[in-house]
Design a protein around this ligand. Structure first.
Ligand SMILES: O=C(O)CCC(=O)C(=O)O
Ligand SMILES: [Fe+2]
Length: 258
């Protein structure tokens, strides 16, 4: 709550400094240093209803960011305009073997940003107008800015992402990850690191969030330090789903900067 009270106060003080980005529906966006780096005094932010998910060291907020009509349009545009990794970038090394990734993946971001995956470091593809527009709406809604997006496309309920934490070294410490979902609703499951599998040392209930068409899930710090997440297979489901995780990379921490 405190955070919002503080942000509101700053909004009134900074009003004259805002820039306008009508395309993304952002009325006043002011860039700031640090983690809370833009204000949320926009039409987008004010109209949202957030649901809070909490557990031990888990802090997530969920909202419907896009109406059905908007989200339908966005997923068609994504299908028309996005291209996904092929070849070695579409494979993963698990249990001593190379396997095809059980989904499609691509990444876009600011000039000069790279990301590492399965031991390879590649440059982020530049932002497209569509992705910039979504990024700016996510920023207006959340109050945070992002310089990178990882996009996963699940062709149907056979496709999935296994348990992992988005705790990569090149991410700005403490910055939230914003996850936007389009298409087939799917379960997103959080498991506490100490409550997973046979070697669990704690009993902490998993947290499952159904990610609907057009929703935004904010994964706030320290969620990804303590909790793994996954999108399990749901073989009966046949619809396409596209997920975008907006992140903030610290260029000085990238593998390519070392
Ligand atoms: O598809 C999703 O909802 C999650 C994707 C994810 O966890 C990731 O990109 O790190
Ligand atoms: Fe993730």
């Amino acid at each position: 709550m405190d955070r919002f009270v503080k942000k509101r106060k700053r909004v009134t003080e900074d009003k004259e400094d805002g820039t306008t980005n009508q395309a993304a529906g952002v009325s006043k966006v002011r860039k700031k240093e640090g983690n809370v780096n833009i204000n949320t005094d926009s039409a987008v932010a004010k109209s949202l209803k957030w649901q809070q998910f909490s557990s031990e060291n888990l802090d997530c907020r969920y909202t419907i960011l896009y109406s059905k009509a908007e989200a339908d349009n966005l997923i068609s545009e994504c299908e028309r305009s996005l291209t996904y990794n092929t070849g070695p970038m579409a494979r993963i090394f698990v249990f001593g073997k190379w396997r095809d990734l059980p989904r499609k993946q691509t990444a876009h971001g600011d000039d000069g940003l790279t990301y590492s995956y399965s031991g390879k470091t590649v440059a982020a593809t530049p932002w497209t107008p569509l992705l910039k527009n979504i990024r700016d709406r996510v920023a207006a809604a959340s109050g945070f800015t992002f310089n990178f997006v990882l996009i996963n496309r699940y062709k149907d309920g056979q496709d999935y992402i296994g348990e992992h934490r988005d705790d990569e070294q090149d991410l700005v410490h403490g910055h939230p990850i914003a996850s936007l979902s389009l298409g087939q609703p799917r379960d997103f499951v959080f498991k506490h690191a100490k409550a997973r599998g046979k070697n669990a040392t704690r009993q902490i209930a998993p947290v499952t969030i159904k990610l609907e068409h057009g929703c935004l899930l904010m994964m706030n710090h320290p969620t990804n330090t303590y909790w793994y997440h996954s999108l399990p297979q749901r073989k009966a489901l046949s619809g396409i789903r596209i997920n975008m995780t907006f992140r903030k990379i610290d260029p000085s921490k990238m593998t390519s900067a070392k």
